[in-house]
Design a protein around this ligand. Structure first.
Ligand SMILES: [Zn+2]
Length: 222
């Protein structure tokens, strides 16, 4: 495959962690990848190239649930910086993050890439209510819209619906299991594919704007 000169690299970042009984472990990877693909379709431009998604990242807070795998914040940060550094042929990297637990890693990635003068933008999936942050209405609706065959609706049960900022001190110390035995934060029982379509559209629009901005402002000849 021959690439256009100096494309913008788009790198989805997923996770491999429990998402209650009703969603697959790779939910965040699937959502980040699908939104990146849909946004790139909107852009209809050879300015971009899509990398394979990072399938495992910082999910230490989900330890204690079967299936969860985590590289931790430090390794995730180091890996992302190294991958961005290796893309010397690109004019810059757009990181498309699907996992809220990567916030600390991505903050460090941003500083490190700034230090190394590597052109980059970091964008994250948004739109979940603060009382609905993990495998609840938001993520389940998106999965019902994108991958309905992967959602086991009959096993979805309401989780802890306390606002995330109130749960954070306990979660940071003892993990998500200390605040939700089912692993769910939010209410997946209200999820609909229609709502999922709205959430996806909002995110695709937002990412499309970022991608177009990067392609038009990042120097394509350097
Ligand atoms: Zn998720």
């Amino acid at each position: 495959m021959t690439l256009e000169a100096h494309p913008v690299l788009v790198l989805p970042i997923g996770a491999y962690e429990q998402h209650g009984a009703h969603l697959p472990l790779d939910t965040d990877t699937r959502i980040a990848t699908a939104i990146a693909q849909l946004a790139l379709l909107r852009c209809q431009s050879s300015d971009f190239v899509l990398a394979p998604a990072l399938p495992i990242s910082a999910s230490d807070e989900h330890q204690g649930f079967n299936g969860t795998l985590s590289a931790g914040t430090h390794a995730t940060q180091e890996f992302l910086v190294a991958v961005c550094r290796s893309a010397t042929w690109s004019r810059g990297v757009v990181l498309v993050n699907g996992h809220g637990g990567n916030a600390d890693a991505l903050q460090s990635v941003h500083y490190a890439l700034d230090d190394e003068r590597i052109t980059h933008a970091i964008w994250s999936v948004t739109g979940a209510a603060i009382t609905d942050t993990h495998a609840g209405h938001f993520e389940t609706s998106i999965m019902l819209h994108l991958f309905p065959e992967l959602v086991q609706r009959d096993t979805a049960t309401i989780g802890n619906t306390t606002a995330l900022d109130q749960l954070m001190p306990t979660m940071r110390k003892d993990g998500l299991r200390a605040v939700s035995l089912t692993g769910v934060l939010g209410d997946p029982t209200t999820a609909t594919a229609v709502d999922g379509g709205v959430f996806v559209e909002q995110n695709v629009l937002s990412l499309t704007q970022v991608l177009r901005h990067c392609a038009s402002t990042w120097n394509s000849s350097s």
